[in-house]
Each structure stands twice: as C-alpha cells, then as structure tokens.
Design a protein around this ligand. Structure first.
Ligand code: AVJ
Ligand code: FE
Length: 439
C-alpha cells in the first residue's frame, strides 16, 4: 500500500470495496426477508440493521466527511447509531426494510466510487493513503463477521456453504519458547491500522513459553471430563460467579447426545472434532482451563511478540510469516471455511518462534484489559476505541476464520466483555519458566 501509485491505490481500494460488498450480499441474500428482519439472539441486531448501518457509516465518513457532500438520508442517522440503541432494542425501531436497505447501501456506494475517483489520496490525515476508505472497508468486514456470528445463532436449515479446511497437519512440540527482551509493539507505519494499534513503542517482555497452537476441543474435553466446570479452584471470583449464574458446562453450541458431545455449526449438528481449536468460549472459561492446565493466558504483549518479533533482524513483522499480505496458504481467514482448521495446519503461516495459527482460525483471548498504548490519540473519532478503554473489556488477538484479511494483522486488537461466547473466540495458554528451567 505504501508503494502503490495513486492510480494503483485507487484501483486497490475499489477492488476491496467491491469484494467486501460481495461478502455482505452473500450474508444477507442467503436468507429470506423474514429472516433478515428477525432477531436471532438478544445479543445481535437483525441482519438488516447491520446492512443499513454499514451504509450509514459509509455515508457519514466518506460521502459527508471526506466528500463534504449533502446528507443522503439525514433522517436515519439516529436509527443506525450504535450508541443510541442497544442491540436488543433494534428490532422495534422503524428500520429500513430489506429492499430499502439494499437500495440505500447501493446509492451510498455509487457516490463513494465517484468520490474515490476525484479525491486526492494524501494531504489530510483522513485521506492519507486512502485511510478513511480503508477504515470503511474494515468496518464493513467487521460487521460481516458479526453477521456471520448471527448466522451461527440462527436456527433452521444451513444457509451458508464453504470448502472444508485443509487437513495437512504437523505434529508440533506443545509449547514454544520466546526469549526475554525488548520488541516493538504496535505500529506507526501500517497505513490502515486503527487508532488503538498506534503508535509503535518498545516493550520489554520476560522469557515465556507459549502453546504452539490454540487449545483444541480434545484438550478442552479433558478439562470438562476432569470436572473443570465444577471446581471453583480453577476459576477467578468473577468467572465462578458467572459460571454459576449462567450455568455454564461446555462451550456454547455444544450439546450432549448420550455420553457424546455434539456441536451445532451453521445449521449442522456434528460430533465435536477433537483436533480443531475450541471456539465459542468466554474469557472466564479460557482462564479456568489455563489454571487447570497449570498455565495462564498470555498478555497481549506476549502474544504480539510471539506473532511479530523476528529475532534475526530484531524487527517486528506485519504478520507471523513476514510482511506479505495474507494468502490462503498462510491462514484461515475471510470465511473461506466455516470452521477453524485443525491444530498444526498452516505450516506456511508459522511465526519465527514456531507458533502456528496465530492469525486466523479463532480469536484468542488474552489476559489484558483493553487500554490505550502510550502516546495514543483518538482518530478519527472517540467512539471507535477510546470510549471502550478500561477494565471491562478483554483484548482478543489474531482474527478468526470469519475475519477478513483487511481487518486483521499482527497489530490488530479486538475487544469484548469477558462473558461473551457468540464471537469466534478460543485461546492458547502461556506460562513463565519454572525455577528449574531458568538459566
Ligand atoms: C472491534 C469488533 C469490537 O463490532 O463492536 C463495528 C467493531 N466498531 N462498528 C464491534 C465496530 C463499530 C467492534 N469490535
Ligand atoms: Fe459499526
């Protein structure tokens, strides 16, 4: 992106916008109108809300702010402002219907293509290297992942299809060692990085061990079978209180069939695949598993060092495999598959430390609260990140099979409440060296 000429950058942005809209269309054209306006879970908006919200943000940030044009639909700003109405209340609002929502997003997009053709792509911070366009691509992709989670929550026959995941796996040592020392965390140069990933800064991380892959269903089953859900020793106080009130006993979407665990996945009921990373667990469950295993969750500093630090050059890379944009052989991203790939897949995506699948497959809970980096400045608006900073949210890293490559990189930070399980979240464990392992 940094090296592209203005013409090539325009062509790249146009292709990204079009590719993204195709994904949104696939998620909203695969179900009928009744399904689009229905609320499949109080945790989610109706799909038709996400669709029009994507158009509304695009109108605000590109058509009005970058383009300085008149509002297309000033009357609906409030309906699609995520801070005005909690998700649970959105079905009761006088929302645009499916046909109106499709028309609206199409109208906005036509204006955006005109704008792209005539906007200088450097100068103002908002247009520098097409930042605002990149932000809107990522925003739509983030809502596409949210809509994918809504699809996972809906009942009824399957609506989506995808190829099976790669089945080539390597047997790996269970953990990798990451030697202590400083590294560069965050970025000041990634053109489409969001405010919370900035600026680049030096961080010291002590020696630690990290699981070479995300924790699998098979390992997680061992925790369940050892009575992990019934033993408060493994749970934090808040985690145990939640375990009790929510009556947790297994990951979301799992059910017992006699003595066998099945899982529901996009309308299919199937045996839990033991080799796949566990998904749909809360932070509290991840934390309890790690304690049971004699480990802990990694901090986001540890996670990012494992994912980006190259000890040979001393630099932090954009991705575990280097600086190239993700390709299908690197990582399970972009809804190319509708599930995580088995642990030990994606040899081409390995990090210098040897860890696999840090990008793609499942979001990974970290031990860290969502906080600003030193030197943070909110951009372009406080509501993207700043209003969420604090102890209420835990950071997730690495993206899932439902995350697009444009919305995922080594520096990317996601966040959610520690009780949430409808997102495509799993985890891996870390630990500090034991006394006898210290040199
Ligand atoms: C970064 C995934 C937590 O979905 O709440 C979408 C992204 N921000 N619209 C979210 C977002 C505004 C955000 N997450
Ligand atoms: Fe949004």
């Amino acid at each position: 992106l940094l090296e592209l000429s203005d013409d090539d950058l325009r062509a790249h942005v146009a292709a990204e916008l079009a590719r993204t809209r195709q994904r949104s269309a696939g998620l909203t054209d695969s179900v009928d109108d009744d399904d689009l306006v229905r609320q499949h879970s109080p945790l989610m908006s109706p799909l038709v809300w996400d669709l029009a919200h994507v158009g509304s943000q695009e109108e605000l940030w590109l058509v009005r702010d970058v383009g300085g044009a008149e509002a297309i639909r000033p009357d609906i700003d409030d309906l699609y402002d995520a801070f005005q109405h909690p998700r649970a209340d959105r079905p009761q609002l006088p929302l645009l219907g499916p046909a109106e929502a499709r028309d609206y997003v199409g109208t906005v997009r036509e204006k955006v293509f005109d704008l792209l053709a005539r906007t200088p792509l450097e100068g103002r911070r908002l247009v520098d290297r097409a930042f605002a366009f990149g932000m809107i691509v990522q925003h739509e992709q983030q809502h596409d992942e949210t809509m994918l989670a809504t699809h996972q929550l809906r009942s009824g026959p399957p609506a989506l299809t995808a190829e099976p995941t790669p089945s080539d796996v390597d047997v790996l040592p269970p953990e990798v060692f990451v030697p202590g020392g400083p590294f560069t965390m965050g970025t000041s140069t990634e053109p489409w990085a969001l405010d919370n990933e900035r600026p680049a800064h030096q961080v010291h991380v002590d020696d630690f061990y990290l699981d070479s892959t995300p924790v699998t269903n098979g390992r997680y089953l061992a925790f369940i079978e050892a009575g992990g859900y019934d033993d408060p020793r493994w749970w934090s106080e808040a985690g145990w209180a939640h375990r009790q009130s929510a009556e947790l006993r297994a990951p979301r979407f799992w059910q017992l069939d006699g003595d066998r665990w099945l899982r529901r996945r996009f309308g299919h009921l199937e045996p839990v695949p033991e080799g796949e990373p566990v998904v749909h667990v809360s932070f509290y469950e991840a934390e309890a598993y790690a304690a049971w295993a004699g480990k802990r969750l990694p901090t986001e500093q540890e996670w990012e060092k494992a994912a980006r630090f190259d000890p040979r050059s001393g630099r932090s890379r954009r991705y575990p495999w280097g600086d190239d944009d993700p390709r299908p052989e690197h990582a399970n991203l972009g809804q190319r598959h509708l599930q995580p790939a088995p642990a030990g897949a994606y040899a081409a995506g390995a990090a210098p430390c040897g860890a696999r699948q840090l990008i793609g497959d499942v979001w990974e809970w970290t031990a860290s609260d969502f906080l600003p980096y030193p030197g943070f400045s909110a951009f372009p608006y406080r509501e993207y990140s700043e209003v969420f900073f604090g102890p209420g949210y835990k950071v997730l890293r690495g993206g899932s099979f439902g995350t697009d490559r444009s919305a995922c990189r080594g520096t990317f930070r996601n966040w959610d409440y520690p009780i949430r399980r409808q997102i495509f979240a799993g985890f891996r464990c870390a630990r500090s060296p034991r006394a006898e392992e210290r040199g």
